[in-house]
Design a protein around this ligand. Structure first.
Ligand code: CTP
Ligand SMILES: C[C@](O)(CO)[C@H](O)COP(=O)(O)O
Length: 227
């Protein structure tokens, strides 16, 4: 069985619009509704947990789940960091889920092709992330913003979600990270740190994370070519 945890319990501080960015509408529909729809309509996904802030859960139920008639979606409450939110979601997944996808609620342009590819690749590799080769040259800077290194671009990829794992590997990685007080910026970091190999598969440059206000315009443009 394949399950997904969609995390939507952030604050959207970089969006700075006074509401959780996931509830902002793009062309009349909330960002989180686009995201849920992609997994809800995918025949390979059999269990969905959405992680929301406890004080936004009534709004989420009424304005998203009821309004768009999404059935059988479980709700978990978010934690302080993304990693805490993911863990709370994992605990609610059906125990029969052997393959788990973790996805940002703020990435509404994920496609069926990406979801199906992640599930297929996870059968062989057990730990799979999607990403894209970086287009810009990346610099490492010091605290005074002087460049200290220029990594070889040909080995740099920008990682996205879904990040897809064998359930047992993921849960062990999460438990070990919490036990050692480790916080990462994506799920794969936790799996990498206890020694598993994680496979990169090609995502899409359209699979952006809506993070700042500029992304809303880009998002509307992506929607116009996707529909
Ligand atoms: N405590 C948190 C923090 C983040 N997220 C989710 O993780 C995803 C990626 O995080 P990010 O884009 O950083 O969202 P925010 O934390 O909301 O944004 P910001 O960092 O600008 O405050 C988002 O879908 C966000 O809702 C979450 O569920 N719980
Ligand atoms: C998981 C992620 O989307 C991969 O790019 C990203 O690391 C989340 O980071 P954020 O700071 O929580 O947006």
């Amino acid at each position: 069985m394949n399950g997904v945890v969609i995390v939507a319990a952030g604050t959207g501080s970089r969006m700075n619009m006074g509401i959780n960015k996931q509830f902002i509408k793009l062309e009349g529909k909330e960002i989180i509704a686009y995201t849920i729809e992609k997994f809800y309509n995918n025949s390979n996904i059999e269990d969905i947990v959405v992680v929301v802030k406890e004080d936004e859960s009534d709004f989420f139920k009424k304005e998203i789940l009821d309004k768009y008639n999404f059935k059988n979606i479980k709700i978990a409450y978010g934690g302080k960091e993304r990693q805490d939110s993911v863990y709370n979601g994992l605990k609610l997944l059906d125990k029969k889920c052997h393959v788990v996808l973790i996805h940002d609620g703020a990435r509404p342009f994920v496609s069926d092709k990406i979801i199906d590819n992640c599930i297929e690749e996870a059968k062989n590799h057990k730990a799979v992330v999607v990403g894209v080769p970086v287009k810009d040259t990346i610099k490492v800077i010091d605290k005074d913003k002087y460049i200290v290194d220029t990594p070889n671009r040909s080995v740099l990829w920008a990682v996205q979600t879904p990040q897809t794992f064998d359930y047992n590997i993921l849960i062990d990685s999460y438990k070990d990270a919490f036990k050692n007080g480790f916080y990462g910026t994506d799920d794969a970091m936790l799996v990498e740190r206890i020694g598993y190999k994680v496979k990169m598969v090609e995502g899409s440059y359209n699979n952006i994370k809506i993070t700042t206000q500029e992304d809303l315009n880009i998002g509307s443009q992506i929607l116009s070519v996707q529909d």
